[in-house]
Design a protein around this ligand. Sequence first.
Ligand code: ZN
Ligand code: ZN
Length: 105
Amino acid sequence: MKSLIAAILFTSLSLGVFAQSKPTAKASTPTTAPAKKVADSYRCPICGYTGLKTGDCPKDKIGLVKVGDYYCPECYMTNAKAGKCTMCGVDMKKMEAAAPSGTKK
Ligand SMILES: [Zn+2]
Ligand SMILES: [Zn+2]
């Protein structure tokens, strides 16, 4: 009699455990990493020094050009859009982004 109760208890216990360990529907969390936002970078039109904020090149003492902006190859005046330099009349050049990291150690 005692053993029967124990057996029933054991069975219900294990059943309960089994019910609890039933795999729950996993909420699939999409691991879509947000597109890596490329931070603005600024480059020296002379030596190619790249900085993360606006300022002057520590070497050439001239204003860094924001990547994507245009600069005059003669006087290094910058402009947000293409055109001719208002000072020299030469075509502005677009400041290209620095080479992808990894090429330089
Ligand atoms: Zn420089
Ligand atoms: Zn110019």
